[in-house]
Design a protein around this ligand. Structure first.
Ligand code: RIB
Length: 308
């Protein structure tokens, strides 16, 4: 099986269940509060490990109990955590998440150590970074660490002709066009695609148009997810629609991370892009029926492989 390197963030999630997400100036009562492992990068590494992949994570935590808990949680599912730096002067990243009765969330992040994962920090270990990239087949990244770091790793990975997957979350508006060149797969949801392109993505036609504009910037494949409405694979050869299984979502946190991870793992196992998408959809359909980020990730047996 091919090896996957995840470069990204680790957060301790502080999750509050609430009837609705508070509006500006509003005070409401939450029902419950829990601290649970999260962070987009860590969620993806965790899911790949739990689903049986060969995965290493490169990231940073603070020298505190949250950081230790996050590393342990990854190690428990077989993730190689030897490239997670423990920083003396930065706290572990945190995410404050409100979940409403529909399972929708809103998230505020305190980056902490994730924000300190600069090209300088990983550049200090350039030889080992090169080795890690050389020894991996697929590099998976998100945008919860500095963009310069993602760019630096992407360029190195491209020079070694590795498969590069970027989950462009959280999406931001000011990404230079040159960033996208040479990325094999991006997986934005409709909102992220709209932020990235500055164009509406309210209809399927608009999403396809947005995806095509990302192809013009140099991305090879766009997988645009549309929640329960399925997803689209857009590349220079074709546009394909994938229907998704209807489920009752109770918490959508990390559903996208779960999709990206399962997709990457399926590619690592030699599956076609289409089968990898179906596998990602199935994994995330299960994740949304459970609470938490890493806590919601299914194991291999739970994923019906018939359609994958
Ligand atoms: O994608 C979900 C994740 O976003 C959460 O686990 C939280 O940590 C934020 O990074």
């Amino acid at each position: 099986m091919k090896k996957i390197l995840v470069v990204g963030s680790l957060n301790m999630d502080c999750v509050i269940e609430t009837p609705h997400i508070p509006r500006a100036g509003e005070t409401i009562s939450g029902r419950n509060v829990v601290f649970t492992p999260g962070g987009k990068g860590a969620n993806q590494a965790y899911a790949i490990g739990k689903l049986g992949g060969s995965v290493k994570m490169l990231g940073a935590v603070g020298k505190d109990s949250f950081g230790q808990t996050l590393k342990n949680n990854l190690a428990n599912v077989g993730v190689d955590v030897s490239e997670i730096s423990v920083l003396e002067h930065e706290p572990t990243g945190q995410a404050f998440i409100s979940i409403d009765d529909e399972g929708e969330n809103s998230i505020i992040i305190i980056p902490g150590a994730n924000g300190a994962l600069t090209p300088e920090l990983i550049g200090k270990k350039e030889e080992s970074l090169k080795k890690n990239i050389e020894n991996s087949d697929i590099i998976v990244m998100q945008l919860e660490i500095p963009l310069e770091t993602v760019t630096y790793v992407k360029e190195l990975a491209a020079s070694f002709q590795k498969t590069i997957i970027v989950d462009p979350a959280p999406a931001v508006t000011d990404i230079p066009d040159s960033f996208w060149n040479g990325i094999d797969y991006i997986k934005p949801n409709e909102t992220e695609l709209s932020i990235l392109t500055g164009k509406p993505t309210g209809t399927r036609e608009e999403i396809i148009e947005g995806a095509k504009s990302m192809l013009h910037k140099g991305v090879r494949n766009v997988i645009a997810t549309m929640g329960g409405k399925g997803c689209l694979l857009v590349n220079k050869d074709s546009t394909q629609f994938f229907e998704s299984r209807s489920v009752k979502a109770i918490d959508t946190t990390a559903a996208g991370d779960c999709f990206t991870a399962a997709f990457a793992l399926a590619l690592a196992e030699g599956k076609s892009c289409q089968k990898a998408i179906a596998f990602g959809q199935e994994a995330s359909a299960i994740a949304v029926t459970r609470k938490g980020a890493q806590a919601s990730i299914p194991n291999r047996q739970e994923i019906t492989e018939t359609s994958c």
